[in-house]
Design a protein around this ligand. Structure first.
Ligand SMILES: CCC1=C(C)/C(=C/C2=NC(=C\c3[nH]c(/C=C4\NC(=O)[C@H](C)[C@H]4CC)c(C)c3CCC(=O)O)/C(CCC(=O)O)=C2C)NC1=O
Length: 169
């Protein structure tokens, strides 16, 4: 598992270089955004279950077929599995936000996930929509906590979206 700093060190160490201008700039930006990252994590943390619940309600409102008898989230077991997955995405996205790096998502969440989803018939499109709904809710939460620029919040959610969507379906 890597964060912004360890991944930079790894890249420079591979070729035996000292940090150059680019490296210094990216270190600066990581540390400058550090307080906002931690504040965002705190804002998510105190509202995580509400965020997951709301995102689930919105998703099922938009796509009610998911919870009808032919839907993948039909039955209480599968409904709960769906919300649990959303909770995994939110928790690991929070780790990635603090790390300033999406490597934790690759290693702990996304590896092999598409294959699992495909074999269980979990639909990718609606899952990705759920992730995007959570992103919007989190950004509102973070803005409400007084953080002016919430653009950095996008990265982990968009990373999950890209990785889930892009590989062969
Ligand atoms: C920490 C990393 C991690 C992830 C990400 C993870 C995902 C994950 N989701 C699963 C199932 C599932 N995932 C869903 C999710 C959904 N169905 C829908 O229609 C919605 C679109 C969507 C919710 C947004 C459902 C319904 C199941 C159960 C499918 C089944 O058993 O038939 C399974 C199969 C095993 C199980 O049921 O627990 C895994 C491994 N597990 C992990 O350990």
């Amino acid at each position: 598992m890597r964060d912004a700093v360890t991944s930079l060190i790894k890249n420079y160490d591979v070729t035996g270089r000292y940090f150059d201008r680019n490296a210094i700039d990216s270190l600066k930006s990581y540390f400058e955004s550090g307080t906002a990252r931690v504040q965002a994590a705190a804002a998510i943390n105190s509202n995580a279950s509400a965020i997951v619940k709301q995102a689930g309600s919105k998703l099922f409102e938009e796509q009610p077929e998911l919870i009808r008898p032919s839907g993948n989230a039909y039955t209480t077991r599968r409904y709960a599995a769906c919300l649990r997955d959303m909770d995994y995405y939110l928790r690991y996205a929070t780790y990635a936000l603090v790390a300033g790096n999406t490597n934790v998502l690759d290693e702990r969440v996304l590896q092999g996930l598409r294959e699992t989803y495909n074999s269980l018939g979990v639909p990718i499109g609606p899952t990705v929509r759920g992730v995007q709904i959570m992103k919007d809710l989190v950004k509102a939460q973070v803005a409400g906590a007084g953080i002016a620029n919430t653009a950095f919040v996008d990265e982990p959610f968009d990373h999950i979206t890209r990785e889930l969507s892009e590989r062969d379906i």
